[in-house]
Design a protein around this ligand. Structure first.
Ligand SMILES: Nc1ncnc2c1ncn2[C@@H]1O[C@H](COP(=O)(O)OP(=O)(O)OP(=O)(O)O)[C@@H](O)[C@H]1O
Ligand SMILES: [Mg+2]
Length: 350
C-alpha cells in the first residue's frame, strides 16, 4: 500500500531524528532530522560507521536480536553537549521492508539539566541551612556547659544565636518568595502601581540601614507620575533588594543614586517604559561575576555576603519578578567605579 518514498515523506514530518536499518545494520531510510544531526548520504552505509557510539550500537544489536525493543542514552559533545534517549524497535519482515529496526533519537538534555538544577538546589538549600544550625547547636552546648555561669559570654552568644536564627528565617522567606513568583511567572500582574510611591517607601524603610552604613540615598524623580501595571508587593521586593544591595555591597563611597525616568522608546519594547536605575559608586563587580549574579545562591564574595546576612537569592527573585512584569534587568559594572542595576518596565499591558 505504501512505497518507500511515502514512508520517507512521513518520516520527514517527524521532529525527532529517525533511522531505519536492515538486519545487517545497513541504513535503508533516514528522515530529514537525522540527516541534519548525522550528515547527508547515509543510506546504504553501515550504521556502525555513522554513529560510533557503543550504547547506540548495543540498542540496535539488541533490537535486531532477541529483545525487539531496546532503549539507552548517549551524549554528543559537539557542537553543544546534547544527551539523547535512543530507542531501537524491531521491524518485522513486511511487503515493503526487509527485517530490520527503527532507531529514533529524543533530545533529553533539558530534562537532565532540570534534574541537575533541582539536585543542586536541594544541595544548596541544605548547605545554607546547615551552617546556621551547626552554629546554633554549638552555642547551645557551650551555654549548657562551660559558659553556664558566665553572664557576659551568654549575652554575646545569644546575640550571635539571634543573628543566625534571623538568617535562617530570611532564607526560608526568600525560598517561599522564589517558589511563589515561579508559580505565577506566566500570569501578568495588572494592578495599577505608582512606582514612584513604591520606591519612596522602600527608601524610607531602608533609611536605618543606610544611616548605619553612612550612605546617602539620592532620588531623582520623573516629571510625570510613573504608573505601571504590576504587583505592588513584588515591585517593593525588587527595589528593596536592589537598593539594599547597593547600600550593603556598593556603599563604600557613601552615596547611592536612584533615578526614575520615562522612555517613549526602548530597545526590545513596543510601548513606553519606565526605567529605574539603582547606581552605586563602590568597588564594582568583575565581568565574570556580573553574568552569574541572578543565579540562585550566587554570591561574589561568599564570606562577606554571608556576614551581611545575604542568602544569594535576592537577585534570582528580582529576575523572576521582572520577567513576570515583562520587563528587563540590565547590570552594568566597572571595577573600581561602581555598578548600575537598571530595570525597564512596560507602562502599558498589551
Ligand atoms: N551593588 C552591588 N555591588 C557589588 N556587589 C553586589 C551588588 N549587588 C549584588 N552584589 C553581589 O551579588 C550577590 C548576589 O546578590 P543577591 O541580592 O542575589 O544576594 P544577597 O544580597 O547576598 O542575599 P539577599 O538578597 O537574599 O539578602 C551579593 O552577594 C553580592 O556579592
Ligand atoms: Mg540582596
Amino acid at each position: 500500500m505504501t512505497g518507500t518514498s511515502e514512508f520517507q515523506s512521513i518520516l520527514n514530518t517527524l521532529a525527532e531524528p529517525v533511522i531505519v536499518v536492515n538486519s545487517a545494520r545497513q541504513i535503508v531510510l533516514v528522515n530529514r532530522a537525522a540527516s541534519i544531526l548525522f550528515g547527508e548520504n547515509l543510506v546504504d552505509q553501515d550504521f556502525v560507521r555513522v554513529i560510533r557510539n557503543p550504547e547506540c550500537l548495543r540498542c540496535v544489536g539488541a533490537a535486531l536480536g532477541k529483545e525487539c525493543l531496546a532503549e539507552g542514552s548517549f551524549s554528543m559533545p559537539v557542537p553543544v553537549r546534547t544527551t539523547y534517549r535512543v530507542r531501537a524497535q524491531r521491524l518485522k519482515d513486511s511487503e515493503n521492508f526487509p527485517d530490520g529496526a527503527v532507531v529514533s533519537f529524543r533530545d533529553v538534555s533539558h530534562v537532565i539539566e532540570a534534574e541537575q538544577m533541582r539536585s543542586d538546589f536541594v544541595a544548596n538549600v541544605s548547605h545554607e541551612l546547615r551552617s546556621p544550625l551547626t552554629a546554633l547547636s554549638g552555642f547551645i552546648e557551650t551555654l549548657k556547659g562551660p559558659a553556664k555561669n558566665d553572664a557576659a559570654t551568654r549575652e554575646r552568644f545569644l546575640d550571635i544565636m539571634g543573628r543566625e536564627a534571623k538568617r535562617m528565617n530570611r532564607l526560608i522567606g526568600d525560598l517561599l518568595s522564589l517558589s511563589k513568583v515561579e508559580v505565577n511567572e506566566h500570569v501578568r500582574p495588572m494592578d495599577e502601581v505608582d512606582l514612584t510611591a513604591v520606591i519612596e517607601r522602600v527608601i524610607a524603610q531602608l533609611q536605618p540601614l543606610a544611616d548605619g552604613a553612612a550612605v546617602v540615598i539620592e532620588l531623582k524623580l520623573p516629571a510625570m507620575p510613573a504608573i505601571i501595571p504590576g504587583d505592588e508587593d513584588q515591585l517593593v521586593q525588587v527595589f528593596q533588594n536592589l537598593i539594599e544591595n547597593a547600600v550593603k555591597y556598593g556603599g563604600a563611597s557613601g552615596r547611592v543614586r536612584v533615578a526614575i525616568e520615562h522612555y517613549e522608546r526602548a530597545t526590545g519594547f513596543n510601548r513606553p517604559c519606565v526605567g529605574v536605575a539603582v547606581q552605586d559608586f563602590g568597588e564594582g563587580i568583575a565581568a565574570e561575576h556580573v553574568v552569574r549574579l541572578t543565579e540562585r545562591f550566587y554570591r561574589v564574595d561568599d564570606h562577606r555576603s554571608r556576614e551581611k546576612g545575604g542568602t544569594g537569592l535576592g537577585l534570582a527573585i528580582v529576575k523572576h519578578i521582572i520577567n513576570r512584569h515583562r520587563g528587563r534587568l540590565n547590570i552594568a559594572s566597572l571595577e573600581g567605579e561602581g555598578s548600575t542595576f537598571s530595570v525597564l518596565l512596560p507602562q502599558r499591558a498589551g
